[in-house]
Write a protein that binds this ligand. Structure first.
Ligand code: AMP
Length: 223
């Protein structure tokens, strides 16, 4: 059975951490539009330069750029058994674009995606983002406040450098929340009406969220 998962939630709600864990355990590609766009920015390509002008302001990159990236990625061989989409779709327009992409990608299979919504109050999230660091090598995510690390620490998992994202500043984080509530939050209603939505309490400890996530995944796989 092809497993298609879509992760939705406000910035800093822990989607990336949980996707990484699920992706490693179930051997499903983790498709994270934010990282794909950051790679495009770092490459200095025309698309990357355009994306940067939006990302640095906490706004959504134009749909044509993002949907093209997603379509090309989902058509790759490693997505044949499924994938986890983290950060796409992020607007109703993108959700409808994804419907069309999935019609093409899944023309030989009958698959209904499951959408995991990371539900959490916003108040603690800006602080989480400002203190977030990630490993440049393996992508593991850490927090300066809640974990025993500092900016000089090397990644405890692989020894890579820990870096802070350019858009994890208070100013851009506030804009990203505005964008989330305006553009992305309506997806909750859309996917709930389709019966695709599963809510996860994202205020729980990481291991507990993962346990709940895995429980829902097992139920979906066995259904
Ligand atoms: P993230 O790493 O998911 O927090 O994304 C970082 C930034 O990349 C966002 O603030 C947007 O500017 C851009 N971005 C990521 N995913 C999308 C998307 N699906 N559509 C448009 N822009 C996106």
């Amino acid at each position: 059975m092809k497993q298609e998962y879509i992760f939705i939630g406000p910035p800093g709600s822990g989607k990336g951490t949980q996707t990484k864990m699920l992706s490693e355990e179930y051997n499903l590609p983790h498709i994270d539009t934010g990282s794909l766009l950051r790679e495009a920015v770092a490459s200095g390509s025309k698309e990357g330069k355009l994306a940067d002008t939006y990302m640095s302001k906490g706004q959504l990159v134009p749909i044509q750029v993002v949907s093209e990236i997603i379509k090309n990625r989902l058509l790759k061989d490693d997505c044949q058994n499924g994938f986890i989409l983290d950060g796409y779709p992020r607007s109703l327009e993108q959700a409808y674009a994804l419907d069309d992409i999935l019609k093409e990608v899944d023309k030989n299979t009958q698959t209904t995606p499951k959408v995991f919504y990371f539900q959490i109050e916003q108040d603690k999230l800006v602080e989480r983002l400002v203190n977030r660091r990630s490993c440049a090598k393996c992508g593991s995510i850490y927090n300066l406040k809640t974990m025993n690390i500092s900016d000089n620490t090397k990644c405890p998992k692989c020894g890579g450098d820990l870096i802070k994202r350019d858009d994890d500043t208070e100013e851009v984080a506030v804009k990203r929340f505005e964008t989330y509530f305006r553009e992305t939050a309506p997806l909750i209603d859309l996917y709930s009406k389709r019966n695709w939505l599963i809510k996860l309490d994202a205020s729980l400890p990481i291991e507990k969220i993962y346990e709940n996530l895995k429980g829902a995944v097992k139920e979906y796989v066995n259904s």
